[in-house]
Write a protein that binds this ligand. Structure first.
Ligand code: PEP
Length: 250
């Protein structure tokens, strides 16, 4: 009942020109895939050109970040209404933003509310560090991140969100969590926390992606887990084989 969602986070890669060249290369392949929601998240300056290039296809466009205020003296930030002409999605609280740019749980919560108020689908990232994982703190830390992100959100708003569970130790490292590891945190922690907050009916409707070194080779195995509803993909979304990855997510 949950449509799988595959999102490519291009991070700080590709200019507007090279982004369009790439999307033109993969566009027809992605558009031909049925039953999977597909999103690409280019760097901000490439968003308008990529949005133009995917017009008339099923491919969605997302931003990699957004500020929660409507306008004002926030140098370097992008407001929700600057994204809405081009984007349907926005990645919020990515671990790289939390680690390098000081994003807090409170800020992520405000951004989710602002994104929803503007009709954008937040893709909310949570996940533990290697140290937290080794210390056995994964469940309590990730559950806390989910509670903080969803604080004050109604059930209807929660259903409008996508969550990406991304263990930080698996991002860009080539170390994918095993299906058992990923599935047990996604089911036993993320969805269990949502069940605790909103009840089972609501929690069952919220899509939860896995992220961390997903490729065209391991996606099918991950998707076979009943609690994994898709993937947030970094490195492997920059290659033409992203088409194969998305096709293998059915
Ligand atoms: C990410 O940054 O969201 C990610 C999952 O990256 P990678 O696929 O490169 O590990």
């Amino acid at each position: 009942m949950r449509t799988p969602i595959i999102a490519g986070n291009w991070k700080m890669n590709k200019t507007a020109v090279t982004a369009v060249a790439f999307i033109e290369e993969i566009r027809a392949g992605l558009d031909a895939i049925e039953g999977v929601e597909i999103v690409v998240c280019p760097p901000a300056l490439a968003i308008p050109a990529v949005a133009e290039a995917v017009k008339g296809t099923k491919i969605g466009v997302g931003a990699q970040n957004m500020y929660f205020e409507e306008s004002g003296a926030y140098t370097g930030e992008l407001a929700p209404n600057m994204l809405t002409p081009f984007c349907q999605y926005v990645i919020l609280g990515h671990s790289e933003r939390r680690a390098y740019f000081g994003e807090t749980d409170e800020g992520v919560n405000k951004k989710i509310k602002a994104a929803l108020a503007h009709g954008l689908t937040p893709m909310v990232c949570v996940g533990e560090s290697l140290a937290q994982n080794e210390a056995g703190e994964t469940h309590s830390f990730v559950s806390g991140q989910v509670r903080a992100a969803f604080a004050g959100l109604t059930a209807e708003q929660a259903i409008a969100c996508v969550i990406a569970y991304e263990p930080i130790w698996a991002i860009g490292t080539g170390k994918t969590a095993t299906v058992e590891q990923a599935g047990s945190i996604i089911g036993g922690t993320v969805r269990a926390t949502l069940t605790d907050i909103y009840g089972n009916d609501v929690a069952q409707q919220i899509r939860i992606q896995y992220g961390g070194s997903v490729t065209e080779k391991n996606i099918a195995e991950l998707m076979a887990h009943p609690d994994i509803d898709g993937a947030l993909v970094g490195g492997a979304s920059l290659k033409p084989t992203f088409v194969e990855l998305a096709a293998n997510a059915k």
